[in-house]
Write a protein that binds this ligand. Sequence first.
Ligand code: ZN
Length: 224
Amino acid sequence: MGPFPPTRRGPTRRMTFARRTHWAKRAVLAPFSRTRIAGVQVLLTFDDGPHPEHTPAVLERLSTFGASAAFFLVGNRITEPALVEHVRGHGHAIGNHTFGHAVPRWCEVRASIEDVRRCQLLVPHATLFRPPLGKLTPGLWLAARRLGLGCMSWSLDSGDWRCRSAADAKRCADEVLKFVRPGDIILFHDDHRWIAPILDVVLPGLAARRLLPDIRSMARRSRT
Ligand SMILES: [Zn+2]
């Protein structure tokens, strides 16, 4: 054995990122929240923005491919309302991701309704809702229902938030392309620096397989 004992956190340990949602979990969620979309394309979703630097980087890349997405915004991260308008102006769907991004306890109904409503005041055009960490409690579900928001989960978690290097970003992107299936709702985050290099691999890969929804298909979907 060498001078250093092997450690589990060493550089040789292989990290995995992307993960499909188990079918049983999707079945439990199904009456309350969408985990897949109809059709043969995928829906890209971005949580935890808007971010003054990384959200524009995502918008720019989506524009290059004429691709549409859904952005789930956190109320207390909206420092520039113009950035929200910018997202909308690109033809993307807006989602409410609560004001404070706190995970409420199962029984907290009133605080949940307040948290979702407070975010909605800042994103009045939002039509979708996603709970923090995807944990849909009765209070959050009720809050979304009262505001007429459609709850949306995902079927493929990219695991992007765990990336810490360019190598991680490449691996994460490769895994998304390996696991993706038509009809998937894919979870990304637009509040970190690795989302840009991830999209630089994922978007051409999805486009080559004709899985990217274009802006016009998103407009049709929001009308129905
Ligand atoms: Zn989140």
